[in-house]
Design a protein around this ligand. Structure first.
Ligand code: TRP
Length: 334
């Protein structure tokens, strides 16, 4: 029998190339070999977007279309909406007794996110909500609700998985073997840098190339990319290894072109403007099949609904079994 995979993502914005080459790549690769539950984590998104429910709702559909466009197959993957599975909320309440407040405050992922919020909004700790502090508990419920054995994650999520394992061990030690301890599947794809040279591509960093970006948007973003600062004139020789334009050519262009670009750049036989123009074409060619696929779902929103409904029903069936077991263990199976 196939092992069960559970992973999720918060619907707070469209997918960008960082997602495509990171989580997206891993998910495409594993969809054949696992029983794959993919949660659109709208409840989790509300923990720090509770004042903007329209944004979360809109992005549930945006993200689902993006995921389908990059080649996740709804016949293989159970796409589901977190809020449609009330059992996750039930488990969250039961698990909350097994986690101390200080343990949550020490969770490195939570700590980092609180620090980011302080920086962004000048918040002091006072404005951190109970719901936000507790989201690792809710994420443990996401995973265990579906007997998630394997969780593909980026390294930023590892502390959340560790927190989940602690909850599982505590639950099982008090109430008897009931829950499955999940293993991580660390993505081996390196993080994609931004065109601005930042180590990470991200919405909050303002340097992301979205899968839905059109030709003009790509053009503008590429024209602003960081190149070798030592190259002043068009025919100065330069170092492609410090140039973000070359970095992106390597991601989306073919090997033959890239070898040529590299050689010409080193010899001073190619200007940055021409090189950027070629990257704009290469990026657009790369994105075109994704856009095509997405267009189908934009024109057929009922197909997106169908995918979500089917996956949600499959997820519900599994969640019911888990909560029944959990309630028996807790002696609340009246
Ligand atoms: N926390 C993840 C994020 O920030 C999303 C997520 C929700 C998740 N539930 C999950 C990831 C369960 C792995 C497993 O995007």
């Amino acid at each position: 029998m196939k092992q069960t995979v559970l992973t999720g993502l918060r619907p707070t914005g469209n997918l960008h190339l960082g997602h495509y080459f990171g989580a997206g790549q891993t998910w495409r690769n594993i969809q054949d070999n696992y029983d794959f539950y993919l949660e659109i984590a709208d409840v989790q998104a509300l923990t720090d977007n509770f004042d903007n429910p329209e944004k979360v709702r809109h992005n549930v559909y945006e993200i689902t279309k993006d995921l389908l466009a990059i080649g996740l197959d709804p016949e293989k993957v159970h796409f589901f909406i977190q809020s449609k599975i009330p059992q996750i909320a039930e488990l969250t309440v039961f698990y909350s007794n097994l986690v101390t407040v200080s343990r949550l405050q020490r969770n490195p992922t939570v700590k980092t996110e609180i620090a980011q919020k302080k920086e962004l909004f000048g918040n002091d700790g006072e404005s951190i909500t109970y719901g936000f502090l507790g989201y690792p508990v809710s994420q443990a419920a996401d995973i265990t609700c579906f007997d998630g054995e394997v969780v593909p994650v980026g390294d930023d999520q590892l502390p959340l998985l560790e927190q989940c394992r602690e909850i599982v061990r505590k639950f099982n030690s008090i109430y008897g073997e009931t829950l499955i301890e999940p293993q991580q599947l660390l993505s081996n794809t390196p993080r994609i840098k931004g065109l601005d040279g930042n180590d990470k591509m991200g919405k909050s960093l303002g340097n992301a190339i979205y899968l839905v970006d059109d030709y003009e948007t790509i053009q503008k973003k590429v024209m602003g990319a960081v190149t070798d600062p030592n190259k002043i004139k068009k025919d100065d020789p330069a170092n492609p290894d410090v140039c973000m334009v070359y970095y992106y050519h390597k991601l989306v262009n073919n090997e033959e072109n890239n070898n040529k670009i590299c050689e010409e750049c080193k010899k001073g036989a190619r200007g940055c403007v021409q090189c950027k123009r070629e990257l704009i074409e290469a990026l657009n060619n790369f994105l075109e099949p994704i856009r095509e696929k997405r267009k189908f779902y934009e024109e057929h929103p009922e197909e997106v609904e169908k995918v979500l409904e089917k996956g949600t029903n499959e997820a519900l069936a599994k969640a019911e079994v888990t909560v029944k077991k959990v309630k028996q263990a807790l002696k609340i199976d009246y």
